[in-house]
Design a protein around this ligand. Structure first.
Ligand code: CA
Length: 365
């Protein structure tokens, strides 16, 4: 117990013991507020436009569920990007307690610590459900919370995308050589891998990607999957749609200012955790459903392609080099990678004889 908490607890303990009803949890401000029927309000900023499909509406639903489950005593006020803080400053604003929480993508913060990119997902690696299993049972959450605590932050998983598509290309990629010199909008570790294969990875704000692709400033872009990609209109100017490899199970985050989190009542923390679990499961299901529905509506000019056969081993080799370089440069990256790899190794033999095998069997029929 911290000194201040101890003093508060002692003072409260002394006061209530006079009346003979000692309630140690009353040391918590929010618990007292809740007992008095007062509302706790948290400001949550997102990196998405207001009510953005799937990712943004998931946060709206999360806030509504917190209000519902708490009988109206927990209000999450959602601020879409750039209303309270710019989209890419939510991490800093929450760390500095200017906001109480944020919803965003973990890999955006790899500049703070390269290890954060692993929490966001691994190219050619774990799928969404496997990533979540690593977080909850394989030590991922402990490492994420340990590293975020240095920024006074407390992260929860806030949804996941399922497998993302490999992106839209203006020209067909027939050989590995066709990638050389291409400009592609692709962030994160996937971008680092592409760079080793001769691609020039660029970062563009979402609002500029379509125009850049249309004008030929870039030759290709990845985004998410059919449902969100169709809205961006990429298929109109880049008809080759490649299957995914670089974001098999990207994780979104629902992160709280750690000091604020610790002041919440145990009941409100439990409600937030339950609503976040629900958000994660529902988002994954919604992505699956809406991607499937949208795929069926693409016009005939869209051509679904796999990268050439030699792409995948080349990408594996490039990824191994990227991971080795990052590990040499950052002890935290090496530590998180070790934990990720330990879970991967544990998971694979059983996955091979269960999920993977069932998918093979299913594809035979
Ligand atoms: Ca993506």
């Amino acid at each position: 117990m911290k000194r201040r908490d101890f003093l508060t607890a002692t003072a409260v303990g002394a006061a209530v013991s006079l009346t003979g009803c000692h309630r140690p949890e009353e040391k918590n401000d929010d618990t007292k507020r809740r007992r008095r029927g007062k509302k706790t309000t948290l400001k949550l900023a997102t990196s998405w436009p207001a009510h953005f499909p799937i990712m943004g509406t998931a946060v709206d639903r999360f806030a509504a569920r917190c209000a519902e489950m708490s009988g109206g005593t927990l209000e999450i006020k959602v601020y879409p990007k750039n209303i309270l803080v710019p989209a890419m400053q939510v991490f800093d604003a929450c760390s500095a307690a200017q906001i109480d929480a944020f919803h965003s993508g973990v890999y955006y913060w790899k500049g703070k610590n390269p290890a954060f990119s692993i929490f966001g997902g691994m190219p050619l690696g774990l799928l969404s459900e496997e990533m979540i299993t690593w977080f909850k049972f394989g030590g991922g959450y402990d490492l994420w919370r340990e590293l975020y605590a240095k920024f006074n932050l407390y992260p929860l998983i806030g949804g996941t995308t399922g497998p993302q598509m490999g992106g839209w290309f203006k020209k067909e990629i027939r050989t590995l050589n066709d990638l050389k010199g291409l400009k592609m909008r692709i962030p994160g570790l996937g971008g680092e891998v592409m760079k080793k294969l001769g691609v020039n990875p660029v970062l563009l704000p979402p609002g500029e990607i379509y125009t850049a692709l249309e004008r030929g400033t870039i030759d290709a872009t990845e985004w998410v999957g059919p449902a969100l990609d169709k809205m961006m209109g990429f298929y109109k100017v880049a008809p080759y749609y490649y299957t995914g490899w670089h974001e098999p199970g990207s994780i979104l985050e629902l992160t709280f200012n750690k000091a604020r989190w610790e002041k919440l009542s145990a009941e409100h923390r439990a409600i937030i955790e339950a609503a976040a679990e629900e958000m994660t499961a529902t988002m994954l299901q919604e992505f699956r459903y809406r991607n499937a529905r949208t795929l069926a509506t693409f016009p005939k000019n869209v051509q679904i392609k796999n990268f050439p056969d030699d792409f995948y081993p080349a990408a594996q080799t490039a990824l191994a080099e990227v991971l080795e370089e990052q590990s040499a440069h950052s002890k935290d990256f090496a530590k998180v990678l070790d934990s990720y790899r330990a879970f991967y190794a544990l998971n694979k033999p059983y996955d091979d004889i269960s999920t993977k095998r069932l998918l093979q069997i299913r594809s035979m029929t």
